[in-house]
Design a protein around this ligand. Sequence first.
Ligand SMILES: [Fe+2]
Length: 546
Amino acid sequence: MRILGINAVFHDPAAAVVVDGRIVAAAEEERFTRRKHGKSPVPFSTWELPEKAARWCLDEAGLDVRELDAVAYSYDPTLADHSLDGVDAGGWEKLRTLYAKRAPAFLETALPGLDPSIVRFVRHHVAHAASAALAAPFGNCAVLTSDGRGEAESSVLGEYRDGKFLELAHQSLPHSLGLTYESATAHLGFQRSSDEYKVMALASYGTPRFFPELRESVFSTGDGGFRTAPIDWERFAPARAADGEFLAEHADLAASVQKVTEEVLLDLAAWLHERTGHTELAMAGGTALNCVANTRLHDEGPFDRIWVQPAAGDAGTALGAALQLAADFGETIEPMPGADLGRGWTDDELETWLRRAKVPYRRCDDIAETVAAALADNAVVAWFEGRAEFGPRALGHRSLLANPAHAGNLERLNDVKGREQFRPVAPMVLAERAAELFSRGPIPSPYMLFVHDVAPQWRDRIPAVTHVDGTARIQTVDSREKPLLARMLSAFERRTGLPTVVNTSLNTAGRPMVDDPRDALECFGSAPVDLLAIGPFAVWREGGTA
Ligand SMILES: [Fe+2]
């Protein structure tokens, strides 16, 4: 079966193609249109489809739109609850439902030739669940989804057995861990349903002294559900303007919201384990991008192994909806091979781009050695290799790399990216060396979805990647899965004694991650990056070492 998955309803529009149970392509619309998150997260943008991502996914699969057997749309408008107008839709809930209902007609317009009768609506949280459990390397497992909201729910818990989803509990709106976290995000001066990870970073600077009071409003109910009462944030800390000063209360509030979220998730995981007896848990939904909570679930929760969908936010529902439909058709699903499901270019194509840009470049004998030497010399390197990542994390395909031994590199990278200075950058580390440097949290951790403690004897050696609380959100690199990246890390270690480098996403302030070679050249041209490593080619900033 040839299935196109589409996410469009709330935010992060994305598309995916699954053929005969195998994931062929997945991409977010923002990488094509260069508009961060693809569109505005408002109800009246529901009609906007991931047109470019969908067209590219079909091209990558070599499919004409007429050859599709089904389109899986990750929202079922027949399940919408219009009494929820006040939850987050500001009176527009009915319009959202109408747009979602008309999605087949919109899709036919966006992708001429598409038969609107093949569009199937997949319940939002089932799409999240499938994106985790069917893509995970587990087989049968428990699944926990939590986000801001779907049609009328904010969380669904269940299990997959032989590719079939069995629901065990759900939490109806307006109760929502994600919307509560979003509301705190807005109060702290960040962008709702976009900047939640900044609250998580800010939390490390505070103490959760408001936790006991918040616990009265946000708590689990012992049946796989929870309650979240509206919270008057002003009681704890004054609303912060986007460019406002950070007060201690802001960090304390962030820490308190973080902790109350973790506690509910731990309760849900305990309940799910008790009900299913599974040893493995798959997770998705925006809440599953909270890597601090994920590590507590790993450390303190009952499951032996946890796998989180790298595109855990709504973009991942494009993939999940397609996988669910494939499973419903009785197909066997192949686990996700990696997050590099987006666009890629051949060496010849890359060279054509470089020639066109008329930049001086050199084809390297081994780009891994060139980059390792540059990093050892404390260069900042843009690393563009293979297919782009699906999901919000750069995992060694569209990455900005630096030397972790110099504390000043955190500020240097945050300046390139126009980020707040309180935000950490993360290390990538050779998988076989990770346990020596990092503890707590699972190893391997290939998708940067957990935090780890930096071993005390390493903290001074890699200060650029050690967060204020002594943690780091690591990416482990397995030489069988990512041989070029692993070779670069080994070469860097040979030169410096450090088996780890700084890795952050390749983009400048306010832009989506770099995706195509032009984005890479534009980023390189507009930011203080010393070396662009693109395929086998090296482009040095003028005055750099050739
Ligand atoms: Fe969602």
